[in-house]
Write a protein that binds this ligand. Structure first.
Ligand code: VGL
Ligand code: ZN
Length: 183
């Protein structure tokens, strides 16, 4: 069990999802400290670390102005799309960009090569945290399970956007019911 090859997935810890951003997740910046700790642990062990980022064109059907759900956020090459300035950066960390077109890509596996990359590195289990619990974290966790990876979802390292009150708790229960270990 202790030899299970793990990767860390840090989901969308970007300025626009943090306080002051255009799609701010309440207390979104509180995920930075626990995630930094995990990033250091994984890098020290030589285990792979991935950061996903929401990376939208200026105009996409993902945005309310074009018929979608969300205010404009995480537009490519803007300040809001940058990772939170306190999130650990390191050349060994791989960045996965998602949401490049009109589709609502909430999962870091959606229209990316993440699953291929993980398999190439013989990863069997992913440890997941980030923003937001009820969208990109949840969908990434469910896709990871579907793709055959074991999943540990780190509850203290995620925060929900909660368009509806209770969405965060419900997302945790959905992840657990699908087979994720909530740690
Ligand atoms: C996300 C809403 C819209 C997320 C991305 O990263 O959870 N949420 N785009
Ligand atoms: Zn988005």
């Amino acid at each position: 069990m202790t030899n299970t090859r793990q990767a860390l997935l840090v989901i969308d810890v970007q300025n626009d999802f943090c306080p002051g951003g255009t799609l701010a997740v309440p207390q979104g910046d509180e995920v930075v400290a626990p995630l930094n700790k995990l990033i250091h642990e994984f890098l020290e062990r030589g285990d792979p670390v991935y950061k996903s980022r929401d990376w939208h064109p200026r105009s996409t059907k993902h945005f309310a102005e074009s018929g979608g759900t969300w205010p404009v956020h995480c537009v490519q090459d803007t300040e809001g799309a940058k990772f939170h300035p306190a999130l650990v950066d390191d050349p060994r960390i791989k960045v996965v960009s998602k949401g490049l077109g009109d589709k609502d890509c909430y999962s870091a596996f959606d229209e990316t090569d993440l699953a291929t990359e993980l398999r190439k590195q013989s990863v069997e289990e992913v440890v997941v945290g980030g923003l937001a619990t009820d969208y990109c974290v949840k969908n990434t966790v469910l896709d990871a399970l579907q793709q055959g990876f074991k999943v540990k979802a780190v509850e203290e390292a995620m925060r929900p956007v909660e368009l509806q009150p209770g969405d965060g708790k419900q997302a945790i229960e959905e992840m657990r019911a699908a087979g994720a270990e909530i740690v």
